[in-house]
Design a protein. Structure first.
Length: 311
């Protein structure tokens, strides 16, 4: 389980720096779409050296991966847009509801069993995150932009579908292969359909784009491995550790003082995560498995034992 914990931790730490860098970029003249283009171009350039894994797949499989990659592109774009018009606290507050929605989606599909213990653990985690971001002290000066709220709600919905569908894909393909395809597809879409309609990119866009592109590539590979190891619901719950980890790290490294409510929030998240761990239903077959007879093997793919991912 140490390998699983290391992969989950890498996903959390890689993703945690992005909102900070994005907010720094918005102090200048960078736009959300410019950051989206730069993020995906950089991620596409570094993803193959990072994964060291690529091969051609059947066109039907490429379509499946491509349809999921567009969900990630939408999630990233909507989140960048929301960070432009909402405070980081408001964005984090709404994003924190994602694990509950993922859990309900997996429950509706028959994958997961949700008990009162899960919901109690989720409430503890949710309350803990709210305390760590000090949401209860927000005043009337906080931003209230309807477009920003619509964007982050859309990001939560697209992220939910992305995580649920990725759980099926990681059963069939290795996470490194999926990440490589995802970022190459998203970079192609960004370059062909978004970049031509953008104004000249400011200088600060390059530096921030490089950092968030590198972080996105590392986070995605680790995140997909974590979904494969623990499932999309459990990984979404573990992802709630992100904000407390950043706050504790800032307190230790930067000597930033933490309030009693933030310490209480960290404790609630740490206590709630073990309680919110779900159990998978054993008699669960993915739609892809049902649709493809066992005797068939996709083109350009070698035969693998049942249940193992494709290379």
């Amino acid at each position: 389980m140490s390998a699983s914990a290391a992969i989950v931790l890498l996903a959390l730490l890689s993703a945690s720096i992005e909102p900070i860098l994005v907010k720094l970029g918005y102090r200048g003249s960078v736009t959300p779409l410019q950051l989206l283009v730069m993020k995906n171009i950089v991620a596409a350039l570094v993803i193959l050296p990072m994964t060291r894994h690529f091969r051609l797949v059947k066109y039907t499989d490429a379509f499946r991966i491509g349809s999921v990659s567009i969900l990630l592109l939408c999630t990233n774009g909507l989140t960048l847009f929301a960070l432009k018009y909402l405070s980081a606290i408001e964005v984090i507050t709404i994003v924190t509801t994602t694990p509950a929605i993922v859990a309900m989606a997996n429950w509706a599909m028959g994958r997961d069993r949700l008990t009162w213990k899960f919901w109690l653990g989720f409430v503890m985690c949710f309350s803990g995150v709210m305390l760590t971001v000090d949401v209860f002290s927000m005043n009337a000066s906080s931003t209230h932009n309807l477009w920003g709220y619509a964007a982050i709600i859309g990001a939560v919905l697209s992220s939910t579908i992305y995580r649920v569908r990725m759980e099926s894909l990681t059963e069939q393909f290795k996470p490194q292969l999926i990440s490589t395809w995802v970022f190459w597809i998203n970079a192609a879409v960004a370059v062909l359909f978004i970049w031509p309609f953008q104004p000249a990119f400011p200088k600060e866009c390059l530096g921030i784009g490089i950092w968030i592109g590198l972080a996105a590539a590392a986070a995605n590979v680790a995140f997909l491995w974590a979904i494969k190891l623990v499932g999309s619901t459990n990984m979404s719950i573990f992802n709630l550790l992100q904000r407390p980890l950043v706050i504790v790290a800032a307190s230790l490294v930067l000597k930033d003082p933490m309030s009693w409510s933030q310490w209480l929030g960290v404790a609630l998240v740490l206590a709630g995560i073990p309680m919110a761990k779900i159990k998978k239903n054993k008699a669960n077959t993915s739609p892809a498995d049902e649709a493809q007879p066992a005797s068939q093997t996709p083109a350009l793919v070698s035969q693998k034992p049942a249940g193992s991912p494709k290379e």
